[in-house]
Ligand binder design. Structure first.
Ligand SMILES: [Zn+2]
Length: 96
């Protein structure tokens, strides 16, 4: 078990047994966070990181949504891109 990887977790050492007979392991996440995780959670994939994976996926999804919104705006009414164009126009006129 020691040294095995489960998602972003890497098992460091056996942690003190939790309540009942549940085995717990001290794990380190790829981001550096250390935490005791129950063996069952690791093995069944109930936990894959300290939570950083989830927030990364969330921000990735948000970036994707914003990207699509920008693409949609480009394809639709030119009024939607007016703020961007106005900004660029200002910069350009200053540079000229
Ligand atoms: Zn993490």
């Amino acid at each position: 078990m020691i040294g095995r990887r489960f998602g972003r977790w890497r098992v460091l050492r056996r942690a003190g047994s939790g309540r009942g007979r549940e085995a717990r392991w001290e794990c380190v996440c790829d981001c550096g966070t250390e935490r005791d995780v129950s063996a069952a959670s690791l093995i069944h994939g109930r936990t894959k990181s300290c939570g950083c994976l989830h927030s990364e996926q969330l921000s990735k999804r948000m970036r994707e949504i914003h990207r699509r919104a920008r693409q949609a705006a480009r394809g639709h009414s030119p009024r939607l891109r007016l703020p961007f164009r106005a900004d660029t126009a200002c910069k350009q006129s200053r540079e000229d």
